[in-house]
Design a protein around this ligand. Sequence first.
Ligand code: C5P
Length: 222
Amino acid sequence: TRKMQIAIDGPASAGKSTVAKLVAKKLDYIYCDTGAMYRAVTYAALKQGVALDDDAALKKMLTNFELKFVPAAPEQLVYVNGEDATQAIRLPEITNQVSLVSAQASVRQEMTAKQQEIAAAGAIVMDGRDIGTTVLPAAEVKIFMVASVHERAVRRYKENISKGIETSMETLEQEISARDYKDSHREISPLTQASDAILLDTTSLNIEEVVEKILYFVKQAQ
Ligand code: C5P
């Protein structure tokens, strides 16, 4: 069987990473969470007092930026400049500001290059916003995963509750819509479905059903 590249794109909180991880495990492929990379850059910028919309300053910061994914259970650890930032990059402070950083040209350029390097050998499942359109335009399987704003807020709400965080549904729906808008309307590599991507609406599907569907598309592409 071919060692393929599988690109999974879509808006915030559509369940991409949960599904991508399971698909990778099933196929014995590498999983790469590109959102974590933009979150890590945002984390480093906040920590170093670099303005989140200052492309030149971010570019300079990235000349001295070390990002490491370390395999661990239940989730891989994310090290930013030697520090474990696994939890920190998921905090609302980062989530609500990451779109500013990910819109900067040099940040996208650097991250895209890193992602292409990681995916070069194939046997990879990569999730994000622009994988099928920009990072891996030749990926054998491209999925564009969507779900209603309400359904995504419900999923995020449950996830938060399990972590002991209480955020109202209204706030979650607003945050999700705002991030969708920013990611879809930026100038460089905005969130959009690649012309050859399969649209997968997961609103009324559970995780297992989504994984099954993707594995079926992968089989078809073999
Ligand atoms: O997937 P996640 O929600 O962790 O992504 C965080 C943010 O990173 C997105 O809202 C988007 O601004 C940015 N991102 C991106 N391109 C990607 C992946 C994520 O711009 N390929």
